[in-house]
Design a protein around this ligand. Structure first.
Ligand code: ZN
Ligand code: ZN
Length: 298
């Protein structure tokens, strides 16, 4: 997939931004790299919003490095979308095998980003994950994790003590709550930095930057236009950013216009931000289109 942010240079029109809309697309970093030696792949597992559009799963992004997946958010459908790209189900991203989903980074606690957590935890355990899910997220993530385990206590007990007992590690969650901007995780594949983003009245909403051996990838989460994000996204290889249609926005009632302006980023605002940040590739997700459709610029 060869989509370059520089295609429309400074004037990122609405049409151009919508042309970049991707639904469940897989972006292999090598698709736009100069060589085929890239080790990083990015998969859009869900580009939707709280609205249950049948053709879009809830927000979910996978950064895959050396066959290890690092998820950002886990909206509805996360596990099935990952499975669809794994070799077992005809895909070619080995790191998205369900039992290999070991790491997840939550941007904020809105349900459209987090309601897939029990699926992510339990389905991957049943599929064979034999270690605790490493989970990073804002304050409140640990409580969410504990309560989900409590909610599924009977299922967990059954699977542990049935005739075919599951392993006694994969149902657990090792949670780290993110409290400060900076590096929150590092291993041989990625360095993950968290930075605060403005998302309405949420005290804790985070964007993440992944630095891999060959790529820098920034994921916005839900955010109004953010100078901090611009700083982190400067010259990134891939910027994955939420967006709403300004044309659709104009038809909204004033109270909803106020809400969305404080919580999200319009097509034009994103165009301005992307023209300053100049990522090599801009991917739009969490798209609020309100009846507008994708179209290519002439
Ligand atoms: Zn959202
Ligand atoms: Zn949100």
């Amino acid at each position: 997939m060869k989509i370059f942010a520089k295609a429309c240079d400074k004037t990122f029109s609405l049409a151009f931004l919508m042309a970049l809309s991707l639904c469940h697309a897989v972006l292999a970093a090598s698709a736009f790299a100069d060589t085929d030696t890239s080790v990083t792949q990015v998969a859009m597992l869900g580009t939707g919003t709280p609205n249950p559009f049948p053709e879009r799963s809830g927000p979910g992004v996978a950064v895959v490095v050396n066959n290890e997946a690092y998820l950002v958010d886990f909206g509805p459908g996360i596990v099935r979308r990952a499975a669809s790209l794994s070799p077992e189900y005809g895909g070619d991203i080995a790191g998205l095998a369900v039992e290999k989903l070991n790491h997840a980074f939550l941007t904020h606690l809105h349900s459209d980003h987090s309601v897939g957590l029990p699926d992510l935890l339990l389905t991957s355990w049943v599929a064979g994950r034999d270690r605790p899910l490493k989970l990073f997220g804002p304050e409140g993530t640990a409580s969410m994790a504990e309560n989900i385990i409590a909610a599924y206590e009977e299922d967990i007990r059954y699977r542990l003590y049935s005739d075919q007992p599951a392993n006694n590690q994969g149902w657990r969650i090792a949670t780290t709550e993110v409290t400060e901007t900076g590096v929150i995780f590092k291993d041989k594949n990625v360095t993950v930095e968290a930075f605060r983003v403005p998302h309405g009245s949420w005290p804790d909403a985070w964007g993440y930057r992944f630095t891999t051996p060959d790529k820098v990838i920034v994921v916005s989460g839900d955010t109004a236009p953010s100078e901090r994000l611009l700083e982190y996204a400067k010259d990134a290889d891939i910027l994955i950013h939420e967006v709403y249609s300004l044309e659709g926005f104009k038809k909204k009632k004033p109270r909803w216009q106020k809400y969305h302006a404080g919580n999200h980023t319009s097509t034009h605002e994103l165009g301005e931000l992307a023209a300053k940040a100049r990522p090599k590739l801009l991917v739009l997700y969490h798209q609020l289109l309100w009846g507008r459709t994708s179209a290519r610029c002439p």
